[in-house]
Design a protein around this ligand. Sequence first.
Ligand code: HEC
Length: 172
Amino acid sequence: MKRILALGLIVSTVALIAVGVITLYDYNLSVGRMWKTPAIKPHEKPIPVMAAGSVPFTGGEALYRAATAETITPPFALSEPAAVAAGKIAFQRYCLQCHGPNVDGYGTVGQSFAPPPDDLRSAKIQSMSPGVLFKEISYGIPDGRQPALATTMTVEERWQSIAWVKSLGVRN
Ligand code: HEC
């Protein structure tokens, strides 16, 4: 009986230590965990009102979709401070969860991708043309993991996020 009790004590002590170590590891993980995401219940925030012109009857998405990346150019200068500032907000809304707060691919959701999201400040991505970036962000990468965000982001938001990413330059 004593043996069983001693064994039980040892097993539960080891189990307690294991749970403690795992909990400590989880709390100190620098990249964040899914369960730390704030939950927003329906109607906690006002329902966004659809912007005027959301449903185009001239131009619009279809033209971008059909065009080749080389022929697509931004509708405004990407260096415009207003575009860069708006792009930072767009990035936080639509890209951060995967590409991470440091734009290095270390986002909470991004970690579960193979290949993982790219460092958007790499020389490769910083030297890509705005048209190519726009196409990839809008319609995804063939056989790749970048999600097609054309139905999630407005055309303007996509260009703005490119403006912000470009403004960061190559990481030293
Ligand atoms: C659901 C996760 C996710 C979101 C959201 C996301 N990305 Fe990505 N992104 C990825 C992954 C994964 C890759 C790597 C793709 C691959 O190589 O197949 C990637 C790759 C890229 C690339 C590199 C493309 C290339 O040709 O190498 C760029 C640029 C990029 N993302 C920009 C963005 C921008 C800007 C946003 C927000 C507007 C965004 N991504 C949102 C997951 C995401």
